[in-house]
Design a protein around this ligand. Structure first.
Ligand code: PEP
Ligand code: MG
Length: 885
């Protein structure tokens, strides 16, 4: 198998493997593609991801094929550029970069200027006619190589640079002249010698192979592993390595470097967006050391900056860049994230990829691009990650609320976040694990901070632009972020922070607004999001393309209203126990449970009947004729038992029995394993009067609402935790008889359905039998997961993360369905249920009903609907459409 693919120059770009991300990684595949459509790409080659995997499996050993092919590919670069690698008179310099299938912070990123040594640096100086540039490039190379390849602390080099500037009375790097850089190079070399006991590698081949090995090794670094775990990226993909001829953005004032997006990645607006620096190399822009300038005149004017934009300072190069943007968008039919360099007025493209974007931007771009005819409606639907909608559905800061604005930075990732200030990633993680909401505040972030950024509600940095690490990662994670807030200074040793004049401490609450860049004291109130506009348009398209219905899990009129606003087409699960837990009713519920006999229970139930009925009246009214599945009481009686002394005292007064007696009764009802105890339909079997009362409340409410006119209510009554046909048969009879009684009393007749949850393995296996008694099945995948995996849904959190970390489960099975295992039971139950009763209605109402991967599985089984909590309804609508496409 070919291990290396060349691009640029006269390279042949026809081999599809060269443009296959799984082989040459995202960066490599796109470099090859850009070169093939005639864009100016410096020549280079890509080592395949397969070689990385091979290398890591073979104890860090390069294959002979690889050595041979790299040597050949290097000659391709040399011949194209007309320089030789290691030539003391006119050296070829290369960059070495990693590039996995998906962009992955946490891995070794880039080494620039590789090929410089004590001899070639002089050749570079002579050929470029610029001593300062040559020695600056060399010191950058030593610094980067030592950091990422040799593993030395970059702080050592930064400190030496700071001292060098201080000694000379300089403030900025630009004041350093050729001789200054040259003497710094000597210091850098001394640092390497001192730290490693050996000199900085002078052999350019050794430099190259060292860098290749470092890229491969970085695939298995801790940081990369954390990132993979958080983003569900398999460990066996490996990374490609890209070696490319250097072009220089730091050859004086006609040279520059920049990063750009073809549209605004934060808002989605169709406007070029980016940052650039004159006389600089790529890392200067993203490292946040020099503050970059705006790309376009408009962006500069909007910001009020007086530093010229690229459009103004380098109009020809900018015009060519703009042409390239258009070409790339048309070619890839998506927003591109680009790195470029201008070397002495000539534009070079270093990278392009589909740009990361906020949910808001993803939505706007999908809708806009479809309107522009760049993509079709289906592609637009597929462009938006359903989970990312979450960012849009949640509240934003109330514009009317008072704000104590302490300072302002760049609006790097939208959304509002309030939380306690934490000053490092580890603290963010520990505090958040204790249930605190935190905002991570750093000078700047690096890949080591990823776990803390993930744990935080939002991120605030003192340095770095809109394309800094913090900004890019936060947008990807959907965390609000304000970056480059220069009024912030952090006193890490005192764990304090000043924002302008305000002094704050770690633990103080702040609010950041990622849409405006504002930093505010305390917690600022929020308002509900706007659901019309692009969101409404995309949802409309999704609704046109999905097959499954989307219902909601809701039991309060508020939740029902919210879910309907979000587009729910009915209730898939109304958990009636939530009505029992109501503070005003709990006493009657306890009386019912602690009663010694049926008469006692009926007395308590009589108090609950009107309350339940009025709940159902409200729900049916709110849902206005949409189907409503109401589940009869499910949780273990155990859960309703009084705990506190005051509860026992109150009950003792109401029931006029002694506290001792009540305590004895409570002890009798105590269960060791309540989730497998006296719950679900077992309650209906043992205390039929409970289900009878609930059924009566439902039917009376349905009659009442229907009698008022409007759409007739067709209640769907659902029996939980059924394992046998006989259970369901007994309870069906009870519900049917109750319905008949109510209809006779009210002189009305309504349609209704009786069905069951499938949430026990036995129920799934016996679905053919059970279906004889049921008009519908609803898969209760929470309990089905719990009972199939033998994994307590209430206790598993403590150890489940270890299981996911070790890859025992790819994802938390309570969040994303265990399709391999639990999925088999669902599939089998659907098949047996349908065989026994063609047309039986099938749905899912466990948490998985709001998880896109699980929704795709439901689509593959042809289920009729999914049901999700209100905020997940739009996610489910989009995921269901994507699954159907
Ligand atoms: C389920 O078990 O999946 C379900 C929806 O019911 P509950 O979560 O109320 O047990
Ligand atoms: Mg359940």
């Amino acid at each position: 198998m070919q291990t290396v693919y060349t691009f640029g120059g006269g390279a042949n770009h026809d081999d599809p493997r060269a443009r296959d991300k799984t082989v040459t990684g995202g960066k490599g595949a796109n470099l090859s593609e850009m070169a093939s459509i005639g864009l100016p790409v410096p020549p280079g080659f890509t080592i395949t991801t397969e070689e990385c995997v091979r290398y890591l499996q073979h104890g860090a050993d390069f294959s002979d094929d690889l050595r041979r092919e790299v040597t050949k590919a290097l000659i391709h670069i040399e011949n194209t550029v007309g320089k030789r690698f290691g030539d003391a008179a006119d050296p070829l310099l290369v960059s070495v970069r990693s590039g996995a299938r998906v962009s992955m912070p946490g891995m070794m990123d880039t080494v620039l200027n590789l090929g410089l040594n004590d001899e070639t640096v002089k050749g570079l100086a002579a050929v470029s006619g610029d001593d300062r540039f040559a020695w600056d490039s060399y010191r950058r190379f030593i610094q980067m190589y030592s950091d990422v390849v040799l593993g030395l602390d970059h702080g050592l080099f930064e400190e030496a640079l700071e001292i060098a500037k201080e000694d000379r009375g300089y403030f900025t790097d630009t004041e350093m002249n050729a001789a200054d850089w040259r003497s710094l190079v000597a210091e850098y070399e001394a640092i390497v010698k001192r730290e490693l006991g050996q000199p900085f590698p002078q052999d350019v081949q050794a430099q190259l192979w060292g860098a290749i090995a470092a890229v491969f090794d970085s695939w298995d670094s801790e940081r990369a592993k954390v990132y993979r775990r958080l983003n569900d990226i398999p460990g066996d993909w490996g990374t490609a390595v890209n070696v490319q001829a250097m072009v220089f953005g730091n050859m004086g004032d006609t040279s520059a470097t920049g990063v750009a997006f073809t549209r605004d990645p934060s808002t989605g607006e169709k406007a070029y967006y980016g940052e650039w620096l004159v006389n600089a190399q790529g890392e200067d822009v993203v490292a946040g050391i020099r503050t970059p300038q705006y790309l376009t005149r408009r962006a500069r004017e909007l910001s009020g900056s007086d530093k010229p934009s690229m459009e103004e300072a380098m109009p020809e190069a900018f015009a060519e860049l703009a042409r390239t943007f258009e070409l790339l968008e048309r070619h890839y039919r998506d927003m591109q994230d680009i790195e470029f360099t201008v070397e002495r007025r000539k534009l070079w493209m270093l990278q392009t990829r589909s740009g990361k974007r906020t949910a808001k931007a993803a939505l706007k771009m999908a809708v806009d691009m479809a309107a522009e005819g760049l993509i079709d409606e289906k592609t637009a639907i597929l462009r938006v990650d359903p989970m990312a909608l979450d960012q849009l559905l949640h509240p934003t800061l109330d514009p009317e609320a008072p704000r104590d604005v302490l300072g302002k930075g760049l609006p790097a990732s939208p959304g509002a976040a309030s939380g306690k200030i934490v000053l490092d990633a580890d603290t963010a993680e520990t505090w958040s694990a204790k249930g605190e909401k935190v905002v991570l505040v750093r000078v700047e972030t690096s890949p080591e901070d990823i776990h803390g950024m993930h744990a935080a509600q939002g991120i605030l940095t003192a340095r770095g632009g809109m394309t800094s690490h913090a900004a890019v990662v936060a947008r990807g994670m959907g965390r609000p972020c304000v970056s480059g807030a220069s009024q912030i200074s952090i006193q890490l040793s005192e764990r304090t922070l000043t924002v302008g004049a305000a002094q704050l401490m770690e633990g103080d609450t702040i609010t950041i607004d990622g849409a405006t860049g504002e930093i505010m004291r305390g917690q600022v109130p929020t308002i509900e999001p706007e659901l019309a506009g692009d969101f409404g348009t995309l949802m409309e398209w999704a609704d046109r393309h999905r097959r499954m219905k989307v219902r909601t899990n809701a039991e309060t009129p508020d939740d029902c209203r919210k879910a309907r606003q979000f587009g729910a087409e009915g209730i898939g699960l109304c958990r009636t126990e939530h009505m029992f837990f109501d503070a005003a009713r709990i006493s009657a519920v306890r009386q019912m449970i602690l009663a010694e006999n049926e008469a006692g229970r009926r007395r308590a139930l009589a108090k609950l009947l009107p309350e339940q009925r009025s709940d159902f009246v409200e729900i049916f009214t709110t849902m206005a004729g949409l189907p409503c599945t109401i589940r009869l009481l499910d949780p273990p009686l155990h859960e309703f038992l009084p705990q506190a002394d005051a509860d026992f005292e109150e009950l003792s007064r109401t029931l006029e029995v002694s506290i001792d007696h009540l305590r004895r009764r409570a002890a009798e009802l105590h269960e060791f394993n309540p989730m497998l105890g006296h719950r679900g339909c077992r309650l209906g079997i043992t205390y039929p009067e409970i289900y009878e009362t609930q059924a009566r409340a439902i039917f009376e409410a349905a009659c009442q609402v229907t009698a008022r006119g409007g759409e007739p209510v067709v209640p769907e009554i659902m029996i939980p935790l059924v394992g046998t046909r006989r259970e369901l048969a007994i309870l069906r009879k009870l519900v049917t008889e109750t319905a008949a009684q109510v209809f006779a009393e009210r002189e009305m007749q309504l349609d209704y359905l009786i069905g069951t949850m499938i949430e026990l393995p036995r129920a799934a296996l016996m679905a053919g039998e059970i279906a004889q008694e049921a008009r519908f099945f609803s898969f209760g995948t929470n309990d089905l997961t719990q009972t199939t995996l033998g994994l307590s849904r209430d206790d598993a959190a403590n150890f489940l993360s270890a299981y996911v970390e070790k890859g025992i489960y790819a994802r938390d099975p309570f969040v994303s369905l265990d399709i391999e295992g639990v999925g088999q039971l669902i599939s089998l139950a659907a098949e047996r249920g349908r065989a026994a009763q063609p047309g039986i209605k099938l749905g899912i109402c466990g948490e998985h009903g709001g998880d896109p991967a699980s929704i795709a599985f439901c689509e593959s089984l042809g289920l009729d609907y999914v049901s999700a909590s209100p905020y997940r309804v739009p996610i489910a609508r989009l995921a269901a459409a994507q699954a159907a496409l």
